[in-house]
Design a protein around this ligand. Structure first.
Ligand code: GRF
Length: 210
């Protein structure tokens, strides 16, 4: 059975596009069965429609109570019956109920070499700190923001006097290779979260840089 992949987005969706392309090229033994955005104008929705993928918008601004948005999002996710939930630039903090329900079946990509720089403005923070390296991390999602067990990282060196924009573009390019690869590992049953740790092919996986 191909892995049923649900992707959650809030914006441009370039990582979504990379996963769409990898599925189309047979690099992932799965299919994207739905895309959910909390932002009605997210360009990623156009990408999904162009690929013939069903979309739902759960606009957080349409809810006065946070709990009602959380429930609507949970219901929408459940309706797709996903095997894997992929957060691809989804900019809302998920409820404990969602995180618990999909524990081990939900991954996120973050634009830093975690545990460095959880949260926002990661590229600026890496430059300001004078770091020599920067990159992206894919991790299982837990209740801790950007804090779940790491799966894999991809890194680049920060060039002398590099701008935030240049660094962001280069990290994005790394993400577009890294994320489909990790989704492919999961879809082929190689990747598991066991007792809070990442396992690959039955072995404890240290987060190697790739
Ligand atoms: C990426 O930088 C990702 O690391 C972060 O959000 C951004 C999403 O970009 N979580 P896109 O919407 O996939 O282009």
């Amino acid at each position: 059975m191909p892995c049923r992949i649900l992707v959650l987005i809030s914006g441009n969706g370039s990582n979504l596009q990379a996963i769409i392309d990898a599925c189309a090229h047979g690099e992932i033994s799965g299919e994207i069965i739905g895309v959910i955005s909390n932002v009605p104008s997210a360009y990623g929705l156009e990408r999904a429609k162009s690929a013939g993928i069903p979309c739902r918008v759960i606009d957080h601004k349409a809810f006065t109570q946070r709990a009602d948005f959380d429930q609507a999002l949970f219901d929408a996710m459940q309706a797709y019956q996903p095997d894997l939930v992929v957060l691809a630039g989804f900019m809302r903090i998920l409820s404990e109920k969602i995180v618990t329900h999909y524990l081990g079946h939900m991954i996120n990509i973050h634009p830093s070499l975690l545990p460095k720089y959880p949260g926002l403005n990661t590229h600026q923070r890496a430059i300001d700190a004078g770091d020599s390296n920067h990159g992206a991390t894919v991790h299982f999602v837990t209740a801790e923001l950007d804090g779940g067990p790491a799966i894999a990282q991809s890194q680049c060196t920060i060039r002398p006097n590099e701008s935030v924009q240049s660094l962001a573009e280069r990290v994005h390019a790394l993400e577009h290779k890294l994320y489909p690869k990790v989704v492919a590992w999961y879809a082929s049953g190689r990747l598991r979260l066991i007792e809070g740790k990442t396992y690959m092919d039955g072995q404890l996986k240290s987060c190697d840089l790739s």
